[in-house]
Design a binder for this molecule. Structure first.
Ligand code: U2P
Length: 256
């Protein structure tokens, strides 16, 4: 699909109201967080979730370097990077690996690779699991696990990555926080409520933050199927929950 065709589909989708498209289709979840089922049995998802990573926190755990690992880049990555565009059910579960015939093919996203390397890098040297039980790139994991379940809104790999980049650029969370005085720092702590309010004001929806040892590790934005922002359900586990005051560590390039 070329860019103009994509934008036409995108604009068509955003002209439809959020709630008109968001029906609750689930009903046979199994109580766990992960529901994996063959495509034919898969219920349609309820909402999108854009998961962003904070390298300043995640890269603190880096103990091995390689060229694929953005934690090892010499220029500081002082911005949220993309984890993935996920599709969830309203009850906190999500579908995964919905189309085994749709294995990741890097050739399909050639025009996007420059942007993906900067804004959607791997923060690890390890390969990730793929839906056929193998190992592959971070992008392969995200497309196969989450992207293949985004039908009927997103049907193909190129549109999955382009849509994710578009939403990421539209809601520039790093810029929103810096403008409100939430500057990456290895000494400051910030009120969680202040960070949430800054994003609510800019995006008009409530994000969800995930922490590790009191440091912001991930920030999630939720969207209706027409990509209008919606509040994220507060369904993080107690281990992932953020304290009332959080840190936003500065990225320190690794030398390992
Ligand atoms: O939170 C741990 C991992 O579970 C998957 N996850 C979490 C929340 C959610 O709403 N949807 C979802 O898929 C993510 O798995 P990954 O994409 O990393 O394999 C998340 O990292």
């Amino acid at each position: 699909m070329d860019f103009l065709t994509f934008m036409s589909v995108f604009l068509l989708l955003i002209s439809t109201s959020c709630y008109g498209l968001s029906e609750n289709h689930h009903g046979d979840e199994e109580g766990g967080l992960l529901v994996v089922a063959p495509a034919k049995q898969q219920k349609e998802f309820d909402y999108f979730l854009l998961a962003l990573l904070w390298p300043g926190t995640l890269c603190q755990g880096t103990n091995h370097c390689c060229s694929a690992n953005a934690c090892c880049r010499s220029n500081a990555t002082s911005m949220f990077t993309i984890h993935g565009l996920w599709v969830n059910y309203n009850d906190g579960t999500w579908p995964a690996c919905c189309n085994n015939g749709s294995n990741f093919d890097i050739k399909k996203i050639t025009p996007l690779l420059g942007g993906l390397q900067i804004y959607w890098p791997s923060l690890s040297c390890n390969l990730e699991s793929t839906c056929d039980g193998g190992k592959g790139l971070f992008w392969a994991h995200e497309w196969e696990k989450h992207g293949t379940c985004a039908t009927p809104v997103i049907w193909d790999e190129y549109t999955y990555f382009l849509t994710t980049l578009n939403i990421y650029f539209k809601y520039n969370i790093t810029k929103i926080l810096i403008e409100e005085g939430y500057i990456p720092s290895n000494s400051e702590k910030y009120p969680l409520g202040g960070i949430v309010s800054a994003i609510q004001n800019a995006v008009r929806a409530t994000p969800l933050l995930v922490c590790s040892d009191g440091a912001v590790q991930e920030l999630r934005l939720c969207f209706c199927k027409n990509f209008e922002p919606q509040d994220c359900p507060n369904n993080v586990t107690p281990e992932e929950a953020c304290p009332r005051y959080v840190s936003l560590p500065e990225y320190v390039p690794r030398k390992v």
